[in-house]
Design a protein around this ligand. Structure first.
Ligand SMILES: Cc1cc2nc3c(=O)[nH]c(=O)nc-3n(C[C@H](O)[C@H](O)[C@H](O)COP(=O)(O)O)c2cc1C
Ligand SMILES: CCCCCCC(=O)C(=O)O
Length: 365
């Protein structure tokens, strides 16, 4: 098998995608220091395996906010997936459904809420929300997610503005004309225009997204929707505590794939302080740099209940559509299961803080 790891899929996808979509998917903010850090920080964590523990019967299953999931890996919301494959988000959601994992749909999708619901009526899915200046647009998205079987609203809190993504500026990035922002048919928010000569998406976001939002808006959202609300993009204990006090039923530790501010910590670095702050009250989840089963294990050992993958699913989608994402999920599940077994864990709840140390631990030797 020549595609045996997420990294194999990444390399293949990079060779297939045209420059502008590849740069959009791949890149991070600024000099991309935090982008590299998302993975190097994971590599600085060492697993402390504990042997001879009868791991003959194992399960990778978890339950998150009432959802039974085959493994603690979910699909993160990523925008505009039809640039990667003609079936875009629909293929990604179908792959998640067949693997029994959670799919999160982005507001900025090239497939609509209704298309995702029709393609995967029974499977677990959450809807990721950006708050638009036009509150009617925002309310309409929430109501459609509710009536179409989505089980939570994931409010992304780290995007009052678009991060400085130089590749998109250089490429004058815009959505190819055969694609559409599928959640906004007939509304002004459908179109990305590029009047600035820079990134069209940056222009769109800075025009449409509400940069005045505060925690009061989160409180409004918690009241407005009957679904649980989860805050995504949390990087500090302070914000995690506020989010939970505002009524969030979960938090996602994330630096947005390092696409918003360069110089922020890796998500895995921020995770422990957030687990310490709110981990007894709500599930703490994380994303950023997860590319192997051992990364999943490390995040869980540091207190995450669920991890998300963004780019890895896009690489799978690019290479082979629904089947490509299925393979990415299969690879991660196998790798996670093998890691659990050899480290001495039969079930996900066996994984705890004692299974990892920072590499500095060994420099004392
Ligand atoms: C191409 C791309 C598009 C994204 N679009 C969104 C989005 O629409 N909403 C959102 O909350 N996060 C978005 N993110 C961030 C992801 O949800 C997630 O936080 C990040 O990709 C995780 O890092 P990873 O790509 O290393 O797995 C996007 C990330 C990428 C790479
Ligand atoms: C930060 C707002 C960006 C909206 C577009 C989708 C997205 O989140 C991304 O990272 O790209």
């Amino acid at each position: 098998m020549d595609l045996a790891s997420v990294d194999d899929y990444k390399k293949k996808a990079w060779s297939l995608l045209p420059k502008a979509p590849l740069d959009y998917y791949r890149s991070g903010a600024g000099d991309e220091y935090s982008l590299r850090l998302n993975q190097t920080a994971l590599n600085r964590i060492r697993i402390r395996p504990k042997f001879m523990r009868d791991v003959s019967k194992r399960s990778t299953k978890v339950n998150i906010l009432g959802l039974d999931l085959e493994m603690p890996v979910a699909i993160a919301p990523t925008a505009m997936q039809r640039m990667a494959h003609p079936e875009g988000e629909v293929a990604n959601a179908r792959a998640a459904a067949s693997a029994g994992v959670l799919f999160t749909q982005s507001t900025i999708s090239t497939s609509s809420i209704e298309e995702i619901a029709e393609a995967t009526p029974e499977s677990p899915k959450w809807f990721q929300l950006y708050i638009y200046r036009d509150r009617d647009i925002t309310k309409n998205l929430i109501r459609r997610a509710e009536t179409n079987g989505f089980k939570a609203i994931v409010l992304t809190v780290d995007a009052p503005m678009f991060g400085l993504r130089r590749a998109d500026i250089r490429n004058k990035f815009t959505l190819p004309t055969h694609l559409r922002m599928a959640n906004f048919v007939g509304e002004k928010a459908t179109q990305i225009q590029n009047t600035s000569g820079g990134s069209g998406l940056m222009e769109y976001v800075n025009k449409q997204f509400d940069d005045s939002i505060t925690w009061e808006d989160l409180k409004w959202l918690v009241k407005f929707t009957k679904l649980p609300v989860i805050a995504k993009g949390i990087l500090t204990a302070e914000d995690a505590t506020i989010a939970v006090n505002c009524g969030c039923k979960g938090v996602i530790v994330s630096n947005h794939g390092a696409r918003q501010i360069d110089g922020v910590p890796a998500s895995i670095e921020a995770l422990p302080e957030i687990v310490a702050a709110v981990g007894q009250r709500v599930p703490v989840m994380m994303d950023g740099g997860i590319s192997q089963g051992t990364d999943v294990f490390k995040a869980l050992a540091l207190g995450a209940k669920l991890v998300f993958i963004g780019r890895p699913a896009i690489w799978g989608l690019t290479v082979d559509g629904e089947r490509g994402v299925q393979n990415i999920l299969r690879i991660l599940k196998e790798e996670f299961d093998i890691c659990m077994a050899i480290a001495g864990c039969s079930k996900v709840t066996d994984i705890d803080r004692t299974f990892v140390v920072h590499e500095n631990f060994y420099s004392k030797l």
